[in-house]
Structure formats: C-alpha cells, structure tokens
Design a protein around this ligand. Structure first.
Ligand code: BES
Ligand code: MN
Ligand code: ZN
Length: 462
C-alpha cells in the first residue's frame, strides 16, 4: 500500500513518451554518430559527462533526451535526469547502463522536493515510465526514503511529539500494524523515566511509540529511532547556530519509520518492532538539570553532565525494553552527535556494532546499494570515560574527543542481552547534493538495511 505519492515515476502502460537515452562517456561518440547529433552535442560541449542532460530537438518539439553516465559508476545517476529534464513523460530507450531498479529509484529520489509550504520549483516535472518488473520495488524504496525526508523537512512547529506519533500511526495503519503509545506522566508509571525527564519541560507531552507487526513466531527485528522533535539543548542551551537545524533531530525516528514501511510493504517474513521515543528537549521551570541523577528503565543510574546529550537518554530507555526481547537484530538510528559529522561528514554515517558478520554485510551492501556508511570502533578503553562520579554512568563523557564513539558506548551499556546490535549516528541531512540525493533532509542507510533483511530473511512478495 502506498504511503507516499510518488509523482516522478509511473507504471509503464505503453503510452507515448519521449525516449531517454543513457550513454557513457566512452560510448558517446558512437552514439552521437548513430543518431546524427555529433555537431549538436559538440556545440554544447556535451560528452555524456556524469549527470549532464542533452535535449534532442525534433520537428514536433522534443525528440529525445540523453543522460550522460560519465564513467558509469553512479547507481543513482538518473536522479540528475529527474532534476534536469523538462516536464513530460519519458521512457528509457536502450540499455539504461544502470542495473535493475536503480534507474527508477534514482529518478524518484532525485525528483524529491519538500513542498508543504510553497510549491516545488520542480513542478510540473518530468515523469519516468517504469516497467512492471522494477516498479514495485523502486516505489517501495523511494516511498520509504521520501516519507522520512518529509518528516525531517517539516519544521518543529508542525512536527512535535504528537505529530510524530501521527506519522508513526500512518505507517502502522497502512500495513495493519499494532501501535501502543505511552504519553506524559504515564511514562513514569510505565517505567520510562529518562524519556519523561528529557521531555517533561515541553508543553508538548513526551511519549514512547511502540509499533508491532508480523508473525510473533518469525525472527524478531527491532528498530529504535531518536525522535527529538526539537533540540534546544535544554538548560545547557545551544548557540543560535547550533540550534538552527534542530528540527532534524527526529531524523533517526523518521528513517526507522521509512525502513519499517519498506519491510511491511514487502511482507518480509519477520516480526517487526519499532520504538520511537518522541520528545522535545525544551526549557522551562520543570526542565531536567545538569547534575541531576536519573534512574533509568534498566536500573542504571545516570548523572546528567549536559542536558544537550538528551538523545542517548531517551534512546536508553527504549533500547533497554528492546533488549529484553533479545531480537535477532536490533538497529538504532539517531542524530546523536555533532562529533559524527566532524569525523566522517554528512554523507558517511558512522555505524557501530560488535557483530563482525553484520559489519561485513553492511559494508558490502553500503557499496552495492550506494547507501554509504562507515564502521567506527566501540573502543573499549574509552568506556571508562562514561563512568559516573556519583552515579553508574554519565551522559557526557569526561573528554572533548571521540564524542560519537563515547555516545555509542553509552547506548551499548543498555544493550546487554541482544547478540546483534548496530547503532547509526546519522546526520539526516545532505549538505553537498548528488544525483538522487538532493540537498536537505535525508534518510541514510535504510536502503542498505532493507536489502540486508531481504537477503537474510527472504521476501514473500518478490
Ligand atoms: N542532536 C544533537 C547532535 C547533533 C548536532 C546532530 C548537530 C546533528 C547536528 C545532540 O543531542 C547533541 O546535542 N549532542 C551533543 C552531545 C554533547 C553535549 C555531549 C553534541 O554533539 O555536541
Ligand atoms: Mn542535544
Ligand atoms: Zn539531540
């Protein structure tokens, strides 16, 4: 069932469409000779450079278009065509040069624009007609990513904890999943003390969202996403520059909901659980303070070194519950630290796991799906940096360095029973656009994770 309307790709029903040729730089001179366009191309210095588009004039208007593939090493290169082609319907003519679903996927991802508050510059836009064999899977992936991008793009005034809950319910309802939500002071009775402590200062009540789907006897896959709908830093308030982009601090939750859509839409034979602690890290007379000590769901006591290290607190309560079920695979995704961006930049999220096989599989899939990530170490000797002075553990390590690693080590203190746990410290944002990856909100690593699950657990539908 469709969660997100994709205007940029449609099932090819044989209707008339402009031919779209995809040509590598190496193959271009032969192509130009065959089509009699060598002089036209040369006049525009078109040599099928990666991502360039050449329009071919005809007696009745547009006779065709050529997408340059360059060295043909970019699987999402059709995203450039989505951005550059004039409005109209297109059909790939000849070898797309890129395998399987990638032309349609790249096109759909490249066409994305956030248009809730003003019309997109890209409308009316180009549309790619896609053969049936590729349409369902490309749509599934693009819907999951674009749905997540929209949640991240939405400003915090329209994407608070209640609205994030509504978005989670939309995903669950689309696939007949069950939703449990614990809100406000009920978090205390239900033993989510740190989700409550972080979120209680906001007029918008904190909550724990818990989605369950699939056969209870199937392998258990659990996703946990940071849902901080705005991060002011709390009493350890952020600078203006540091706060400006903090609407995206629910990017982990958005991505996990996008991945949940892919899994449920494909009907993967797994038992899926999704936890989203949804809060606003706000400031009021009721705000939690530096120096406070919280007793977590797991029972570990946590001293607050910095109220701006809130993500790991809300995640810790959710991870502790997830860990109790000992899922086959536990995935956590969060815009957890600025330090991750310092280490690897926006494009390449750090991933942390003790599971060597999982690390190897993810490394391979990040390449084959062109969904980058990079393994960083859960460096053992830094673990003592998060020991507390008056409590078991502190949320702000005793060092200015290795901040993404110490945050990951913090989360790992709360996952003690599950064999396979991976944590992704994502930016949820693209600063330097690439084909299929427009500047702005992004859902990193979920296409690779989806493929991992399809490979490991098989698919009922495809
Ligand atoms: N949400 C931020 C991390 C962040 C900052 C993500 C910028 C993306 C871009 C997180 O809650 C935070 O403030 N982390 C602090 C931790 C520190 C106080 C130990 C950080 O990274 O500075
Ligand atoms: Mn913070
Ligand atoms: Zn945060």
């Amino acid at each position: 069932m469709s969660l997100y309307p994709l205007a940029a790709i449609a099932l090819d029903d044989g209707a008339p469409a402009t031919p779209l040729y995809a040509v590598s730089a190496a193959g271009f001179s032969a192509f130009a000779q065959d089509h009699g366009i060598a002089a036209w191309a040369s006049a525009q210095d078109f040599k099928a450079q990666a991502g360039r588009v050449l329009l071919l004039p005809g007696a009745n208007g547009l006779a065709g278009a050529v997408l340059g593939l360059g060295g043909n090493d970019d699987l999402l290169i059709f995203g450039a065509a989505a951005e550059k082609l004039p409005a109209g319907d297109y059909r790939i003519s000849g070898d797309p040069g890129v395998a399987g679903n990638f032309p349609a996927l790249g096109f759909a991802l490249g066409a994305y624009a956030y248009a809730d508050f003003k019309p997109s510059r890209k409308k009316p836009a180009a549309r790619l007609l896609v053969a049936a064999e590729h349409f369902a899977e490309a749509s599934r992936l693009a819907e999951g990513v674009c749905f997540a991008r929209d949640l991240v793009s939405a400003p915090s005034n329209v994407m608070g904890p209640a609205e994030l809950e509504a978005a989670a319910r939309r995903v669950a309802d689309a696939h007949g999943a069950t939703v449990r939500v614990v809100t406000g002071d009920a978090l205390l009775a239900a033993n989510y003390p740190m989700i409550h402590a972080v979120g209680r200062a906001s007029v918008r009540a904190p909550r724990l969202i818990d989605i369950t789907w699939g056969d209870p006897a199937a392998p258990r896959i659990t996703l946990v996403g940071k849902g901080v709908c705005f991060d002011s830093g709390g009493l350890d308030i952020k600078s203006a520059a540091g706060m400006l982009m903090m609407k995206k601090d629910m990017g982990g939750a958005a991505a996990m909901l996008g991945l949940a859509h892919m899994i449920m839409d494909a009907g993967l034979p797994v038992r899926l659980r999704v936890f989203v602690p949804a809060v606003e890290n706000a400031i009021s007379g009721d705000a939690y303070r530096p120096g406070d000590v919280l007793t977590s769901r797991k029972g570990l006591t946590v001293e607050i070194g910095n109220t701006d290290a809130e993500g790991r607190l809300v995640l810790a309560d959710a991870l502790a519950e997830a860990d109790d079920e000992r899922p086959e695979l536990l995935v956590c995704m969060a815009t957890l630290t600025g330090a991750a961006r310092v280490a690897t930049g926006f494009e390449l999220p750090p991933v942390y796991t003790h599971d060597e096989k999982l690390a190897a599989d993810l490394a391979a899939l990040s390449v084959s799906e062109q969904d980058p990530m990079w393994r960083m170490p859960l460096w053992k000797s830094y673990d003592s940096w998060i020991d507390g002075k008056v409590a078991d553990i502190t949320n702000s390590a005793d060092s200015a360095y290795a901040g993404s690693i110490t945050a990951a080590l913090f989360l790992n203190r709360f996952v003690t029973q599950t064999a396979s746990f991976a944590h992704f410290d994502v930016a949820a944002w693209t600063d330097k656009p690439r084909p299929g990856k427009p500047a702005g909100a992004e859902a990193h690593c979920i296409r690779a994770l989806y493929r991992l699950l399809v490979n490991r657990f098989g698919s009922k539908t495809s």
